[in-house]
Ligand binder design. Structure first.
Ligand code: ZN
Length: 454
């Protein structure tokens, strides 16, 4: 049994002082406020439920910073995607594992206990499957096992280059499966779950309405009896136009009318929605998977936040392209995108209240829901996904406890994180992941090999 003693902790019911928290088999088994630290307790300053990072394409971390150069008339989301395709053509399984491990270390040091890996690199560069169909899923799982992050692995069904069953382009061959081979891949990945701690799981991710078709989508969704279902939706205006032209409705509108969307679904981005779509999505109980840093980087546009929150919608955040892995930056970019559009402050709050607390608490609960994790709050029975921050750091030391989440979201960097537990696994200690040096050495080795081949 592990025991954490925290000077203060943000429990489901609110702030508590001098908390002893007991963990058994990865779960919180007992909470004792107003306690005294005992010998052997791990002592921390301020304990919070750790966030889930609900959307990641780990391999893209290695191309961060490579696409920020303006070419006359040619910089857009779609030229970014072209570079990504060229880059992926060179990645081998060893590179992919090394990059994912580095990404998971950075995520945990930033305060994320778990990750939804939206995994679409499946095959060899020429499109041939590896001898073992789920070879690259194995590599993602190995990176998660090594670093201790709580993985919800989401193999992606990617079959077409565009609405109307357009055949895949050369750069997309590594992603492609039909429904039968995809179901086989998912079954293999589920079979490999035994190599991971039991908080990890496998869901599915039909890539988008562009890369699937109505028939395939219905078939894979029906094949999934439980577990998370994630899909990219309405990220770019061009995507909205394509879906409208091909399927006769806007993407979110079409999905809600044609798929059994409920609380195990996560709609990634959902950027371009009418108010009607926004309210309907909130009512569906699906989670909005917001990726504010990537959405800003790609010029996607801001989420329809106030309408969605007023309608009671659930949300979480993800680092998506991993151009920057920062939990605090993700949350503040979400709020700032709303402020810049609405010329107003504290927009992501319904009625009265703290913006930092609303964002943090909402993302903790919604993120856990999206990953199918029994987590997101500090309460008995839930997974011990926990993060400790230092309230005496210069960025926070002037604040009262009730202002700490505002300070964390708007005034601090991730370096206020001192400790992190993923389902009770104490992976970050004194601000460093316990395997950081080894993982980073492997990462740098993989990168120099990759660059030599470019
Ligand atoms: Zn994505």
């Amino acid at each position: 049994m592990t025991v954490i003693f925290a000077k203060r902790a943000y429990l489901a019911a609110g702030w508590a002082e001098n908390l002893r928290l007991e963990i058994k088999n990865g779960r919180i088994t007992r909470l004792t406020p107003d306690a005294v630290a005992q010998l052997g307790d791990t002592c921390v300053d301020t304990l919070l439920p750790a966030l889930a990072n609900l959307h990641s394409h780990a391999f893209q971390r290695a191309m961060a910073g490579m696409t920020e150069y303006r070419q006359a008339g040619r910089d857009s989301f779609w030229t970014w995607r072209d570079l990504m395709y060229r880059f992926t053509a060179r990645l081998n399984p060893v590179h992919i594992q090394a990059i994912a491990a580095q990404v998971y270390v950075e995520m945990q040091e930033a305060g994320y206990a778990s990750v939804g890996e939206f995994h679409y690199l499946h095959h060899q560069p020429n499109g041939q499957p590896y001898d073992r169909l789920c070879e690259l899923s194995d590599r993602i799982m190995a990176a998660a096992a090594e670093t201790g992050i709580g993985l919800s692995h989401l193999p992606v069904l990617y079959s077409y280059a565009g609405v109307g069953e357009k055949p895949l382009e050369a750069g997309q061959r590594r992603f492609g499966n039909d429904v039968d081979r995809f179901c086989e891949l998912v079954a293999q990945a589920r079979g490999a779950l035994g190599n991971l701690p039991d908080d990890c799981r496998v869901g599915i991710a039909p890539h988008s309405l562009r890369a699937t078709c109505p028939r395939d989508l219905a078939q894979v969704v029906a094949s999934q009896s439980s577990g998370p279902i994630h899909i990219h939706i309405a990220e770019q205006p061009r995507e909205v136009e394509e879906v409208q032209a091909g399927l006769g409705a806007r993407p979110v509108e079409w999905l809600l009318d044609n798929a059994p969307v409920e609380s195990n679904w996560c709609l990634i981005h959902a950027t371009h929605m009418t108010d009607e779509e926004t309210c309907a999505m909130a009512r569906s109980k699906a989670v909005a998977g917001l990726c504010p840093v990537t959405e800003a980087n790609l010029g996607d546009g801001p989420f329809n936040g106030p309408v969605y929150l007023n309608a009671g919608g659930a949300f979480g955040v993800g680092s998506d392209s991993n151009v920057l892995i920062s939990m605090t930056e993700e949350l503040r970019t979400l709020e700032y995108s709303q402020r810049l559009r609405d010329l107003s402050r504290n927009v992501m709050v319904v009625g009265e209240g703290s913006a930092g607390q609303t964002l943090y608490r909402g993302a903790a609960i919604g993120g856990a829901q999206a990953l199918g994790r029994n987590a997101g709050q500090i309460t008995e029975g839930m997974l011990a996904d926990l993060v400790a921050i230092d309230s005496q750091a210069p960025a926070l030391c002037a604040l009262q406890p009730h202002q700490l989440l505002d300070g964390l979201v708007f005034a601090a960097k991730d370096n206020v994180v001192t400790d992190l537990w993923s389902a009770g696994r104490h992976q970050v200690q004194n601000g460093h992941h316990v395997l950081r040096d080894k993982v980073t050495r492997n990462y740098k080795g993989a990168i120099s090999e990759l660059l030599a081949e470019l």
